[in-house]
Design a protein around this ligand. Structure first.
Ligand code: ADP
Ligand code: ASP
Ligand code: MG
Length: 412
């Protein structure tokens, strides 16, 4: 008898009917002889609704109170799901994040899980109960309630699976698996039968919302057998595993994209040894998360440095730069909003030179102007106009033949 962790996202628990459907899926697993721990999200769009309630009161609500508010969403679902299971004659118990033993760093709104004390869940499982845990939340050593960042219920599920040494962790969602790109945007997107942790981590970090990046990180570090599948349709999903066989490897396995990117250029900064470090340590000290960085080559005394940020951080970034103008000694700050990032990901790139060039050619052949570029061993990201984003994704999906490739079978 093994332990299985199952996670159901917002859409999958979006109504009473759907919660009853989840109860049936959980019961099927229990009837297969497994002990089951279920992690659930808040119903439907209720986290967004709670955010807008707060915005009706304050444009800058305190992070502690936001966590207090948002964690109520998941608490609704856990109790309703337990009631649905009890109605069908099954013994189940609901636990909030802190009751489940999820300890996080002392940081509100985007906390990392530091520890998981499995005693309480284990004793409920030993007593034959189905355990239903609220996703996305934890508690600090000081007893403060925290959240794990939007989409963080995936991370709760994988952390529990790692700590309980579960046989597998299944993420049930509103699509049938991980696709070559978002199937809601590109009609020809194809479901992958498997993908490596590293590729999935890049895709998740680059905007593919299907999995929370930290969930993939946890799965990779603790060797959790992770899959993504549909909560509505009985169909094989996608397995995320250590390595997908090399000979069948695709050069590009997926495409990710995100909007709301702003490019900031800090102009005429002194071109000296400490210029770069001064600028970026100042930004980091003020919690400004910088993505792509470009330093223009310059022979003169002054240089220009550009970097990209999430557009949400624009006002704050401009304030920080202005407040540090004297120390950083720049002349002017320019910015361009309304940009997007489009990335191609695939571990096959390591052994295939020329992929970046091919990407740039496809974009330029389609009249799409690239404003910034960044690469790693297994990805190339480009920043371009947001109005070109969907077209860029479509032409790249086509050019790298993602709609037609033979997808490798899951390794036995
Ligand atoms: P849940 O509420 O179940 O956590 P999410 O909305 O967080 O669901 O994630 C599922 C969504 O992720 C899909 O509806 C889809 O639009 C989006 N998505 C983005 N990229 C991908 C991809 N590569 N494969 C599958 N889904 C993707
Ligand atoms: N309810 C939270 C959110 O909407 C967490 C989650 O669903 O994973 O972001
Ligand atoms: Mg999600």
């Amino acid at each position: 008898m093994g332990i299985v962790v199952q996670k159901f996202g917002g859409t999958s628990v979006g109504s009473i009917e759907r919660i009853k459907n989840v109860a049936n899926r959980v019961i099927n697993t229990v009837n297969n002889g497994d002990k089951v721990v279920v992690v659930v999200s808040a119903m439907g769009k209720s986290t967004d609704e709670l955010v807008s309630l707060a915005k009706g009161i304050s444009q800058k609500p305190s992070k502690r109170e936001m966590d207090m508010l948002l964690t109520t969403g998941e608490q609704v679902t856990i109790s309703l799901l337990v009631m649905a299971l009890q109605e069908k004659g099954y013994d189940a118990v609901s636990l909030t994040g802190w009751q489940a033993g999820i300890i996080t760093e002392p940081c509100h709104s985007d906390a990392r899980i530091n520890n998981f004390n499995e005693t309480r869940i284990s004793s409920h499982l030993a007593a034959g109960k189905i355990v239903i845990v609220a996703g996305f939340q934890g508690v600090t050593d000081d007893g403060e309630i925290t959240t794990l960042g939007r989409g963080g219920s995936d991370t709760t599920a994988v952390a529990l699976a790692a700590g309980l040494k579960a046989d597998r962790c299944d993420i049930f969602t509103d699509v049938t698996g991980v696709f070559t790109t978002d199937p809601r945007v590109v009609k020809g997107a194809r479901k992958l039968s498997s993908i490596s942790y590293d590729e999935m981590l890049e895709l998740a970090n680059l905007g593919a919302g299907v999995l929370h990046p930290r969930a993939v990180e946890f799965a990779k570090n603790y060797h959790v057998k992770l899959s993504v599948r549909s909560s509505m349709v009985e169909e094989e999903g996608t397995i995320i595993e250590e390595e997908v066989s090399m000979e069948e490897n695709l050069v590009v396995r997926g495409l990710a994209f995100e909007s709301n990117v702003t490019k900031i250029s800090v102009c005429s900064m002194p071109n000296n040894l400490s210029g770069l470090s001064n600028l970026f340590t100042t930004l980091a000290a003020n919690n400004i998360n910088v993505d792509i960085i470009i330093q223009n080559v310059s022979e003169s005394e002054n240089t220009n440095i550009s970097f990209s940020i999430h557009s949400e951080k624009l006002a704050e970034t401009l304030e920080v730069l202005e407040a540090n103008r004297k120390q950083l000694q720049f002349e002017e700050v320019r910015y361009e909003s309304g940009l997007a990032k489009v990335s191609i990901v695939g571990s096959g790139m390591i052994s295939n030179p020329g992929v970046a060039g091919q990407m740039f050619k496809v974009l330029s052949d389609n009249g799409i102007f690239i404003k910034m570029v960044s690469t790693s061993e297994i990805k190339v990201s480009t920043v371009l106009d947001q109005s070109d984003m969907v077209k860029a994704v479509e032409v790249l999906h086509e050019a790298f033949d993602l709609a037609n490739v033979k997808i490798p079978q899951i390794n036995a």
